[in-house]
Design a protein around this ligand. Structure first.
Ligand code: MOS
Length: 728
């Protein structure tokens, strides 16, 4: 199905099941341990052996020598795999060859060996016997120091490095009120609960991987290229994922090494990247330095807005797209944005929840708060005045829907914004200085091609198959809701099977496109199935009404299942998107409100309450969507107050590489969180008229916290995280 016109009336609009706050259909499996994660696939193949990954202990250089003798002779060892044993690996689209390093070492804790043994403990013990001599070379590890060498990135990324509209320099120089500030965000780790993990088994030249991967088809493609085998010989199975946040968008070392280890040991091999290895072995959100300049007239109208961002990555990497939202969020006739990329020999930087906007808004939305203060304006009034209903860089391109100001208005009422004291440091509750802050949330809504297959059997059971993944987000549930709504059956009649490369290729879970795109693919398959059902029942599909387990047309009514009496009926289709992007900008919007208390003596900051108001199209399931948003808000608090990969700028690695040193907040740290979704449908997003919220929820949170802290204390911190030492 090609979708390039705004969606008209369709069965989803009934919203008898879609749009309802249904419980997770996979909930019971999750809480009873019935959901098998990659490392728990004990029954799928016999004779499983264990792999242990050894990481490089230098950041850059070469392996001079490697002594594997003691490891090979160690108890229980079945195989040791290094780059030498593995032979030449292919370079997948995302340079997956470097997932096994040697002799060249690209970054600290890059995998240099895999030990396979009968037990995990034996593999770990043997790995400790491997002796590696390195010839170290000098690397660059300090973004601030490398900033001067940063260049305009030229990668294949779709986002241009620079944009310019009007005369930014001239307008900024003559603006009556102006701000020029620099903000920094540190490196962040996904730190998902389930580490990357894989069980690999060969059957002749066919390889099956039970793994934890957000994007099944990308994974199959990259693995085929890396191992130099046909895509058709690989099966990836990833039915349950214990969090990803972008860290599982791409193939990681566990998958490649499990495949290689299983080949070498002639046994199925399972690997989970051990927690202390994960932080430097896998990807992270790169640190940024962001300079923001805003000029306005005395009434608060922005006349000039400029945003430059510097970030670093390995030689083949790309920039953090931290200026993305500034291209779209506020009006202003004269504009410039620029991204510069420095080569850093730290581990690979890559996508983490709302890449671009999340760190970008951490800077921009403090700048907006500072600017409002300079203008003597209320921060919400300043933002509202500079709202735009069109892409400010391309004014002929309107937003498909944009209700940012309503988010602020509704949120202000609900949160009690009028009680905020404009002058900081004036509100006190016992030993706590109390402040409230606000920030805009903004994240683009991408639409992606997505396919599904739907089968109806003689019992009236509907089975949906698609390689879509559920990373804890609720994909199973909204897909079941979609099929149930389309076919007029209860949720108990729908079986959803996800995360298997044998199923039709979906949008996958990334960039908050999963919910809208994957359900739209299921919608398309259901349309096909409805046509076939109507045909079998001898009725006109245009008049057929699917409801209550029956199909009605005129005054005829038949059980849906009767269409499958002589065998299952199958519908399969793909939703593909046309050129709407050319004519319209699709984004999601929100407003984050935060109240903090800052201890007047110790400067310890506590979140007291938070509210998010989101405008994100149809909310397919308000319960799972709310969970997405409060999880994202919590993660945003982490970015504001504690998360920081500490870089050892001499040796080139992230020092705090476990969950003892890399602190993340939990829900118990935040006593009160509320989420409001604006009632809306965006007919340009897909037949589902939905958008994403999983990334929107984190966007802006950090700045809202920073602005609340400023309101509480009068201390403006521009370098995240806002730890207490920066407030004293
Ligand atoms: Mo996301 S950072 O595309 O999982």
């Amino acid at each position: 199905m090609k979708f390039d016109i705004p969606a008209t009336q369709n069965p989803i609009d009934r919203q008898s099941i879609v749009g309802q706050p249904r419980d997770r259909v996979d909930g019971p499996l999750k809480v009873t341990g019935g959901a098998r994660y990659a490392y728990e696939q004990h029954d799928v193949v016999p004779n499983q052996a264990y792999g242990y990954v050894l990481g490089a202990t230098i950041a850059k250089g070469r392996i001079a020598s490697m002594d594997l003798k003691a490891a090979r002779a160690s108890a229980g060892v079945l195989a040791v795999v290094t780059a030498k044993e593995a032979g030449k690996l292919g370079k997948g689209k995302r340079n997956t060859a470097k997932l096994l390093g040697g002799p060249e070492i690209a970054h600290y804790h890059q995998a240099v060996a895999l030990v396979v043994a009968e037990t995990f403990e034996q593999a770990r013990a043997a790995a400790s016997l491997i002796r590696v001599e390195y010839a170290q070379t000098k690397g660059a590890f300090d973004l601030e120091a490398a900033k001067g060498r940063a260049i305009k990135p030229t990668g294949e990324d779709s986002s241009p490095a620079d944009t310019q509209v009007g005369d930014f320099a001239g307008a900024f120089a003559t603006a009556p009120v102006a701000l020029d500030q620099t903000y920094t965000t540190p490196d962040h780790s996904h730190a998902m609960m389930e580490p990357p993990a894989t069980l690999a088994a060969w059957d002749g030249d066919k390889l099956t991987l039970w793994t934890s991967n957000q994007m099944i088809d990308w994974g199959v493609g990259d693995l085929a290229q890396t191992l130099r085998i046909p895509k058709a010989n690989i099966r990836l199975v990833s039915p349950f994922i214990g969090g990803g946040f972008g860290g599982k968008l791409f193939l990681r070392a566990d998958a490649v090494l499990a495949g290689l280890g299983a080949r070498a040991a002639k046994r199925p091999v399972k690997i989970a990247l051990q927690r202390p290895l994960m932080f430097n072995n896998t990807t992270h959100r790169p640190a940024t330095i962001q300079r923001i300049r805003i000029g306005a007239d005395r009434d608060g109208r922005i006349t000039a807005i400029g945003h430059e961002s510097w970030s670093g990555d390995l030689p083949d990497g790309g920039p953090e797209l931290a200026v993305q939202q500034t291209r779209l969020l506020y009006a202003g006739a004269n504009r410039m944005t620029a991204m510069r990329l420095a080569v850093l020999d730290l581990p690979e930087g890559n996508a983490m929840r709302a890449p671009g906007e999340a760190p970008g808004l951490m800077a921009l939305e403090i700048a907006m708060d500072e600017m409002a203060e300079k203008l003597g304006m209320d921060p919400i009034a300043f933002r509202a005045l500079n709202d735009t209903q069109v892409d400010p860089e391309k004014p002929k391109r309107p937003f498909s829907m944009r209700r940012l100001n309503e988010c602020f208005k509704i949120g202000a009422e609900r949160f009690g914004w009028d009680r905020r004291l404009a002058r900081p440091g004036q509100s006190r509750d016992g030993r706590w200085l109390v402040g409230i802050g606000v920030a805009a949330a903004f994240r683009n809504n991408l639409v992606m091609k997505s396919a599904a297959r739907v089968r109806l059997d003689a019992h009236g059971t509907v089975t949906v198959e698609t390689d879509m993944t559920d990373i804890g987000t609720g994909s199973y549930t909204i897909i079941a809701q979609t099929a149930a709504e389309m076919l007029g059956v209860g949720l108990d009649k729908v079986v959803v099977r996800l995360g298997d490369s044998r199923f039709p290729v979906s949008a996958g879970s990334g960039g908050q496109w999963g919910a809208n795109s994957s359900t739209a693919g299921v919608y398309a398959a259901c349309v096909k199935l409805r046509e076939t059902v109507a045909q079998k029942l001898g009725i006109n599909s245009a008049e057929a009404v699917f409801a209550n387990g029956e199909v009605r047309a005129g005054n005829r009514s038949m059980p849906l299942a009767s269409a499958a009496e002589s065998g299952p009926v199958v519908g399969e289709d793909t939703i593909e998107y046309g050129d709407l992007d050319e004519t319209h900008q699709q984004s999601t919007f929100g407003a984050h409100f935060v109240e903090v208390g800052v201890d007047v003596a110790t400067a310890e900051t506590r979140i007291r309450r938070m509210l998010a108001v989101c405008s994100a199209g149809r909310i397919l399931n308000p319960k799972t969507a709310r969970s997405q948003v409060i999880g994202a808000m919590t993660m945003g608090v982490g970015a504001a107050l504690m998360e920081e990969l500490a870089v050892d700028t001499r040796r080139g690695f992230f020092v705090n590489h476990d969950l003892a040193g890399y602190e993340v907040p939990v829900h118990a740290d935040i006593p009160h969180q509320e989420v409001i979704f604006l009632e809306e449908t965006d007919p340009m997003s897909s037949p589902m008229k939905a958008k994403g919220v999983g990334e929107l929820g984190i966007c802006g949170v950090g700045a809202a916290v920073a602005n609340a802290i400023y309101n509480a204390t009068g201390v403006r911190v521009r370098n995240y995280p806002i730890t207490l030492d920066k407030l004293l």
